[in-house]
Design a protein around this ligand. Structure first.
Ligand code: FMN
Ligand code: SF4
Ligand code: SF4
Ligand code: SF4
Ligand code: FES
Length: 1158
């Protein structure tokens, strides 16, 4: 349950809701049914420390010493209790309308709940209060304190009755056993004391623990104690002198202990929750998932456990499910794999689905009455009946989080006395609810919310500038749009008068700590993923990206917690965005580049990496024939960019548009989709008919997001993945290998571009498999998302709606209905079946519209009779569904023959590069796919005359020699390191570099594809060492952020040039990051470049020349002329390197400091 922006301290639970209090000062309500945040009750003046519920009232305490109460149904605030001068550490409620609060001001106060009046103060403790128990029958209040004592008070008079003295250190907690007249106190001094509450004497002391005891649970004659020594003590109180039995397993302090039924739940600093059987005293399960120490566990019912830690989210666990599923087996007897399975069963907030009962209720919006469904929240209801409310953090597919505060409306309180502000996205409706969306107060709130968000961005932006990072793209996407809409909404008030614009200006003068700059500098703009980029300066902390990545894709790449290095710096934390990639660059995580986070980010902080400028440059140079292919779903969503009705088919207009943008040839990627089907269908038949040499099930491979997932998380599936290239790469291969020949052009003189709904395809085209192994020429040179294309059109000022329709160019401009189906999940399966059936039997597939795969379900299954053989099919879309589907992978219950998988929900129509929308828009797009498919003249790929011609002229037969060479590919498991990629631990030459830093050594950075530049670098290092100087050597990509170079004295940059004048792979990431730096940001650095290349290539030593130029732009001082070696020279690169090495000696001599000396 995600939404808090700082650690959650406490929970309180009712039948329907879980309330949480956090360091971010808010009190939130969460539906227990589905885990949604249903409202922010309040934003208090200081962090909320504890919560408690009694009857219909929720009580909270905060660090300012304030108590507040709220109605648990309406979530309205009721009263506040003011009196303490310091934080309230503990409070308790009794049956007599009394509330006792203990504070770090050392006092205890008694409040009357009826009128929130203060009734009594109990003063005697000399340090803060740790626990309170009220026993009203005897009119006694027990308190314990850090001052090592516990006291019994007379509630009425406030006088001290007894003092329990004996502990040597502070008392953590107390328990009262009235039947035995015993008070138990547990202390930091490692002991539990049992006190006679009549005399105040200590009856027994319980020993055994090695560190403090934080929590106790009493069950008849058994006392369970949780200790910082990592053990739970089980004391038999009938034999108090006997040492306890210990439950051992935690590897750090235990911080909390709860009991439900016959199970104990303990959580602690090792970030796990352990479930113990009280009967067998064995550990039944370990719940892993918390990233930080677990501080409290709550078990509202049999099926649900909630836990909090030093984190910003609340974890939901299907508690008894975990335990019961293994009730016969103790954890100790399980295999390692089984243990892992249990530990991974962490539930997500959205798993349970909404079960709210729907009925029609009457509400009043701005004076008008409407009947709406009780299932809606205020925001949805207002939008439904035509009142627009700007909402930034809310999206119908992600659920409410309540962080942006833009959607504030006025709601009349239940008592009908006054209007109060409420988050429209996170407040449920009630019968007769009165809502105002356009009052001056609401307007003011909207403006101030926007100003707050702007201020956040400005501060981050300011900080990024201070560390020398150039901003890439300044558009603010939805945010800008909302601000404009918000302005429009308030231009006229109800009485028709124009309101005066009152814009609250953000305060820009916030100071920032210098010493934080270094730490945060690496985190601002991250382009390492090559498909999507994260510009943290634009983030407004809405947390949509986390919800998209975790709840929709099940990838959990982002987390709320700042990297551990940031822990000690609260002010930096407030400047850090609400999310992070767990201390890594996005490119070093398991991110599959699906772009779902970029689809939902409303502020432009996460976007695709923009390639429009690169394309402009290529077009302007007019050196190449620039061809473009449009993906199946782009023609459906493009209209949305131009504000036409969602789900309009605009194929002809798009073709026209692409021509106007300057493409020389406009082709249809659907043609390549038909080709994919021919290959994939044949491969399936091949696998079915040759079971000895091939494996089933076969998974589709047309989605690069899914291919990334296989390579990164499920490498064991690789043999099952169809070897077919995706339509994008088949298109590129046909262009560069077939079309180029037809035109008599060198493939490198054709620039192949695609327009895709997808961000993963931007990265796909960079795979080494998709380059010519000899020439390095890429099949596809550049991929634009639909959004990027929209931006290009907007820049040129083309009016889309007025464009006439145009036809695609040939020979790659004709496609069938089957290819159109690729746009939607289930489409590849349907298309493949049509052709495979024909290929097998020579007749058309009987049910051409294969309805079982057309629904919107995330996992669809079916069995068909395929020429007498049952063919078991599955269609899965969306990351989270994929993980769920693959849970049984490798077991006998995973029983399929052919499986279509798409990484995005609903397939490419829901792709990460599609236009952003605040609607659940995929059904509208899907509808158009099937309508259009139906209208196309041919509906099966084998009927495509141009495909037939391609086989005749070039490929000969599907899945045959030529086709296998040009249209099929290979996959490799991803080498993933769980360690954060830092300068130190990712070092290939760590032995040589041991003990060396920028403070005492020179640096050699190299880029090498096949090892020659690496050898040259080692030679240079040898030379420097022979001159008795210290030197480090690193691959460029391993260096981390190039901004760090500003600390270095002198850097030797050695690189070869590869592919078409590009950098070797181990230098590419470094080069991309280098390009993001602001000019003149490395003014103190000295550098020299040595290049390795071959004069047989036109782009001779291009990479080295680019580096040399870039470092000059960055203000670094060139101390030696660039060395440009040629592989074709008699001694290869040594011909140039040897004289170059002679020149480096004088550069080193100037540095005489002894620590630089070897
Ligand atoms: C596929 C391929 C593409 C190449 N492209 C270029 C090029 O565009 N420009 C150039 O100067 N050298 C080019 N070269 C030559 C390499 O830079 C040269 O072989 C160098 O020594 C390789 O160094 P490395 O092993 O460190 O990568 C290319 C070599 C290959 C095999
Ligand atoms: S691209 Fe996909 S996997 Fe990567 S962070 Fe975004 S949502 Fe998660
Ligand atoms: S990156 Fe975007 S989606 Fe994520 S929290 Fe920031 S503004 Fe929201
Ligand atoms: S489903 Fe489509 S848009 Fe999404 S990653 Fe796969 S190919 Fe790209
Ligand atoms: S708080 Fe409701 S949309 Fe952000």
């Amino acid at each position: 349950m995600s939404g808090h922006t700082k650690a959650v301290n406490t929970l309180a639970i009712t039948n329907k809701f879980c309330f949480s209090g956090s360091n971010d000062r808010t009190v939130r309500a969460w539906s227990l049914e589905n885990g949604y945040c249903t409202g922010v009750l309040d934003t208090q003046e200081s962090p909320v420390l504890s919560l408690a519920v009694k009857k219909n009232v929720l009580y909270s305490s905060n660090t300012d010493g304030m108590l507040k109460s709220y109605n648990t149904t309406t979530h309205r605030s009721i009263q506040s209790f003011q009196g303490h001068t310091n934080k309230i550490t503990v409070f308790t409620l009794d049956n007599k309308e009394n509330l006792f609060s203990g504070s770090s001001d050392c006092s205890i106060k008694l409040w009357n709940l009826k009128d929130s009046s203060w009734k009594q103060t109990y003063n005697a403790h000399s340090d803060y209060i740790t626990d309170l128990i009220s026993a009203h029958k005897s009119s006694t209040l027990y308190s314990s304190s850090v001052d090592t004592t516990a006291i019994a008070w007379d509630i009425e008079s406030g006088r001290k009755k007894l003092t329990f003295k004996g502990h040597k250190d502070w008392i953590f907690s107390m328990l009262l056993d009235k039947s035995k007249k015993t008070l138990y106190t547990s202390s930091q001094d490692r002991m539990v004391k049992m006190w006679d509450i009549r005399s105040g004497s200590c009856a027994h002391t319980l020993f055994g623990h090695e560190y403090g005891i934080v929590k106790m649970i009493l069950n008849q004659n058994i006392l369970y104690t949780a200790s910082w020594d990592g053990r739970i003590g089980v004391y038999n109180l009938k034999k108090p002198r006997q040492l306890p039995t210990f439950l051992e397993g935690h590897s750090g302090k235990i911080r909390t202990l709860s009991k439900y039924g016959d199970y104990l739940y303990s959580g602690g600093n090792d970030c796990t929750i352990r479930v113990w059987s009280c009967k067998t005293l064995k550990c039944k399960a370990v719940l892993k998932g918390h990233k930080k120490p677990v501080t409290a566990i709550y078990i509202p019912n049999k099926n649900l456990t909630l836990s909090i830690g030093e984190e910003r989210r609340i974890y939901r666990w299907p508690s008894h499910h975990v335990v019961d599923s293994n009730s016969k087996q103790e954890l100790e007897t399980l295999t390692k794999k089984e243990k892992q399975k249990i530990s991974l069963k962490r539930d997500h907030a959205y798993d349970l689905g909404s079960k709210i009962i729907e009925k029609q209720i009457e509400i009043n919006i701005n004076g008008q009455k409407f009947k709406v469904s009780s299932k809606l929240n205020i925001l949805e209801a207002c939008r439904k009946v035509g009142f627009e409310i700007e909402a930034l953090c809310y999206h119908p597919s992600l659920g409410p989080v309540g962080t942006c505060k833009c959607c504030i409306v006025d709601v009349k309180s239940v008592s009908k006395q006054s209007f109060q502000r409420a988050c429209a996205c996170a407040t449920e409706l009630w019968e007769g609810m009165e809502i105002k969306t356009d009052s001056p107060k609401v307007r003011e709130q909207l403006m101030s919310a926007v100003a707050d968000l702007r201020k956040k961005q400005k501060n981050r932006n300011l900080l990024s500038k201070m560390v020398g990072i150039e901003k890439v793209n300044n558009s603010n996407h939805l945010m800008e749009e909302y601000i404009k809409n918000g302005e429009k909404r308030f231009k006229k008030s109800k009485n028709g008068k124009k309101q005066k614009k009152k814009v609250i200006v953000a305060d820009e003068n916030d100071t920032m700590l210098d010493n934080l700059i270094e730490r945060v500098s690496n985190k601002f703009i991250d382009t390492t993923n090559l498909a999507i980029q994260v510009d943290h300066t634009k983030c407004i902390d809405c947390t949509r990206c986390i919800a998209a990545c975790s709840n929709i894709q099940g990838m959990d790449i982002y987390s709320y917690d700042p990297p551990t290095t940031m822990n000690d710096f609260n002010s930096a934390e407030s400047l850090m965005p609400a999310f992070n990639t767990k201390g890594k660059f996005l490119g070093d995580t398991l991110c599959i580049s699906c772009g779902q986070c970029s689809l939902y980010c409303p502020s432009g902080a996460i976007t695709e990496i923009d390639h429009t400028q690169k394309l402009d440059a290529v077009m302007k140079s007019k050196k190449k024939l620039v061809v473009v292919g449009m993906a199946p779903s782009a023609r459906i969503s493009m209209s949305e960019i131009f504000k036409l009705a969602p789900g309009s088919l605009t194929t002809g207009q798009c073709v026209h548009l692409l021509r106007l943008l300057g493409f020389n040839q406009v082709f249809d990627v659907q043609f390549a989709a038909d080709l994919t089907i021919m290959e994939e269908g044949t491969e399936l038949l091949h696998r079915m008919n040759d079971k000895e040499n091939s494996v089933l099930p076969m998974f589709t491979s047309c989605c690069p997001g899914w291919v990334n997932l296989v390579e990164k998380k499920y490498p064991e599936i690789i043999p099952h993945l169809s070897s077919c290239k995706s339509p994008q790469q088949m298109f590129g291969s046909v262009i560069k290998n077939y079309y180029a020949k037809r035109l008599n052009l060198d493939p490198k003189d054709i620039y192949c571009v695609t327009v895709m709904p997808c961000t993963a395809k931007k990265k796909e085209l960079d795979r080494p498999q998709f380059r010519n192994p000899k020439t390095g020429v890429k099949e596809v040179d550049l991929c634009l998302t639909v959004r990027e294309m929209g931006r290009m059109v907007a820049k040129r000022g083309i009016e889309f709606s007025e464009l006439e329709e145009r036809e695609f160019d040939n020979p790659l401009g004709f496609s069938t209905g089957a290819a159109q189906l690729f746009a939607s999940s289930g489409g590849v399966m349907e298309a493949a079946l049509r052709s495979a059936y024909w290929l097998q039997k020579g007749v058309e597939f009987p049910s051409i519209e294969f309805k079982p795969v057309r629904s919107r379900k995330g996992i669809k299954e079916s069995v068909i009779d395929f020429d007498g053989t049952p063919l078991r099919l599955a269609v899965v879309s969306g990351g989270k569904n994929i993980h769920k589907f693959l849970e049984t992978w490798g077991t006998s219950s995973f029983n399929y023959d052919f499986i279509e998988i798409m990484a995005c929900p609903d397939g490419c129509i829901g792709g990460g590069g599609q236009p952003r929308s605040n609607l659940d828009i995929n059904p509208l797009r899907k509808q158009v796919v099937y309508q259009n498919e139906n209208k196309l003249p041919s509906r099966s790929s084998y009927q495509n005359p141009l495909v037939k011609r391609l086989y005749k002229d070039w490929l000969k037969k599907p899945y045959d020699k030529v086709a296998l060479k040009y249209l099929h590919t290979t996959y490799e498991p991803y080498k993933y390191s769980d360690q954060p990629q830092t300068d130190e631990n990712s070092d290939k030459f760590h032995k040589l570099n041991e003990g060396l830093t920028w403070k005492n050594s020179y640096l050699i950075l190299y880029g090498s594809q096949t090892g020659t530049a690496e050898k040259a670098s080692l030679k240079i290092a040898d030379k420097i060492r022979s001159l008795k100087y210290k030197v480090r050597i690193k691959e460029m990509n391993e260096y981390g952020q190039p901004i760090k170079l500003k600390h270095e004295k002198l850097v030797f940059l050695i690189t070869s040039t590869f592919w078409d004048g590009s950098f070797p792979e181990n230098a590419l990431k470094f080069w991309h990051k280098l390009k993001e730096l602001q000019p003149m940001s490395l003014t103190k650095l000295k550098f020299c470049v040595f290049g390795l290349g071959s004069s047989t290539y036109t782009q001779f030593n291009n990479a080295a020349k680019n580096l040399d130029q870039k470092f000059i732009e960055l203000g670094a001082k060139k101390v030696l002329e660039i060395g440009l070696s040629n592989r074709e020279d008699k001694n290869g690169y040594l011909t140039t390197l040897n004289p170059w090495l002679k020149d480096i000696q004088p550069l080193l001599k100037k540095n005489k400091k002894s620590r630089w000396r070897k």
